[in-house]
Design a protein around this ligand. Structure first.
Ligand SMILES: *Cc1c(COP(=O)(O)O)cnc(C)c1O
Length: 329
C-alpha cells in the first residue's frame, strides 16, 4: 500500500483532475451500483453530507438508537442540517418496517414532523457487527418508496457483510439513494471514504464537500491506498471474521467472561466482564500493558475488533492473556 501511495499519479482533486481519485470513485460507484461517487476525508463527513442532501431543516431522519450518526458524530444532523432525529430501538442495532412505520408517514399532516430519510448502518457497530438481511432492507425500501422517503446507508463495514454473505455490494446498493464505504476501517487505509449515488446527488454532494472543507488537492496519494485496498483487502476480511469467532469462543470459555450481544457475525466482539474484583476498564488496562489494545464500552463491557494487523497467533495470545489476568484477581 505504501508503494502504491508513492507511485500514485496525482492532479488537482478539486478541479476533478486527480486521475487516481477519479479512478477510485469510478471503481466504487461501479461496485455499489451507482452512477457516480465522490472521495471524502472521512466516513463522518459522508454521513454529514447525506443529511442535508435528503432532509431540509425541521425534517427528520430515523436511525437505530445506537447508530454512529446519532451517537458519535457530535450532533452533526442537528448542528449542520437542522434535522430532527428519531432514535429507533431494535435487536442488534437493526430495525424492521414495524419499528419505523409510526415515524414514516405516507401523508404527514401540516403539524407533524416529516421524516425524509431512513438511515441504516451496515454492519451495525453496536449491534455487534450484525448484518442487515437483504430482505429486511427490501421491505424497508418499499416503505421508503411508498412514503417518498430517502434511504442512506452508512456502509463503514459494508464489505464485512457482503463477504460473509457472498454477495456483491450492489445487492445492497440498489435499495439506497446514497451509500458510502470507509477505507480506513477493515480495508486498512490511512484515511478516506467514498460516497456514492446518482449523478445529481453527487453533484450536490460536491457543494457540501467544498462547504465543509473536504475538497482536497493532490489527494491521489490517499486514493491510491483505497484502490490498493479494494484490490487486496476485501477478500481477506473473512480472516478477520474467523479470528473474531476464535476470540469470542476463547473468551466465552473463561469464567466470568461472556458474549454481550451474541456471537460475532463479522469482526466485532463485545464481551461482558463479570469477575469479582476486576472491572472492564481494569482488564483493558492490564491487556494494554501487554500490548493488547481493546475498547472500553462501560464498567462491565469491552469491545474488540479484529483487523488486518491481528493474526491468528495474536488471538491465541489475547485469549491466554485474559485467562491469566482473570485467574490472578
Ligand atoms: C468509523 C465509523 C464511522 C465514521 O467513519 P470515520 O471515517 O472514522 O469518520 C461511521 N459509521 C460507522 C458505523 C463507523 O464505524
Amino acid at each position: 500500500m505504501r508503494e502504491a501511495i508513492a507511485r500514485a499519479e496525482v492532479g488537482d482533486e478539486q478541479a476533478g483532475r486527480d486521475p487516481t481519485v477519479n479512478l477510485l470513485c469510478e471503481r466504487v460507484a461501479e461496485m455499489l451500483g451507482k452512477e457516480a461517487a465522490i472521495f471524502l476525508p472521512s466516513g463522518t463527513m459522508c454521513n454529514m453530507i447525506a443529511v442535508p442532501l435528503h432532509c431540509r431543516p425541521g425534517e427528520a431522519l430515523v436511525a437505530h438508537r445506537s447508530a454512529h450518526i446519532l451517537t458519535l458524530e457530535a450532533g452533526g444532523p442537528a448542528a449542520i442540517a437542522g434535522v430532527m432525529t428519531h432514535a429507533i430501538d431494535g435487536e442488534r442495532g437493526m430495525f424492521t418496517v414495524d419499528d419505523i412505520s409510526p415515524f414514516v408517514q405516507p401523508s404527514p399532516k401540516r403539524h407533524t414532523v416529516r421524516t425524509t430519510l431512513i438511515e441504516v448502518e451496515q454492519t451495525s457497530n453496536r449491534g455487534g457487527g450484525s448484518i442487515w438481511p437483504l430482505e429486511q432492507i427490501a421491505d424497508i425500501a418499499e416503505l421508503a418508496r411508498a412514503s417518498d422517503t430517502a434511504m442512506h446507508m452508512d456502509g463503514a463495514r459494508l464489505f464485512n457483510a457482503t463477504i460473509t454473505l457472498g454477495i456483491a455490494a450492489h445487492s445492497y446498493g440498489q435499495y439506497f439513494d446514497t451509500l458510502w464505504i470507509d477505507l480506513s476501517k477493515g480495508l486498512g487505509c490511512p484515511v478516506g471514504a467514498v460516497f456514492a449515488g446518482s449523478r445529481e446527488m453527487i453533484d450536490r454532494a460536491w457543494v457540501w464537500k467544498h462547504r465543509l472543507g473536504g475538497a482536497m488537492r493532490q489527494a491521489g496519494i490517499i486514493a491510491a491506498a483505497g484502490i490498493y485496498a479494494i484490490d487486496h483487502n476485501i477478500a481477506r476480511l473473512k480472516d478477520d471474521h474467523a479470528n473474531a469467532r476464535r476470540l469470542a469462543n476463547g473468551l466465552d470459555a473463561i469464567e466470568g467472561v461472556s458474549f454481550r450481544v451474541g456471537e460475532p457475525e463479522t469482526n466485532l466482539v463485545f464481551v461482558n466482564v463479570d469477575v469479582p474484583g476486576l472491572d472492564a476498564p481494569e482488564l483493558a488496562e492490564s491487556l494494554g500493558e501487554r500490548g493488547i489494545r481493546v475498547g472500553i464500552e462501560d464498567e462491565r463491557g469491552l469491545r474488540m475488533v479484529t483487523h488486518l494487523d491481528v493474526s491468528a497467533e495474536d488471538i491465541e495470545e489475547a485469549i491466554a492473556a485474559v485467562a491469566e489476568i482473570v485467574a490472578a484477581v
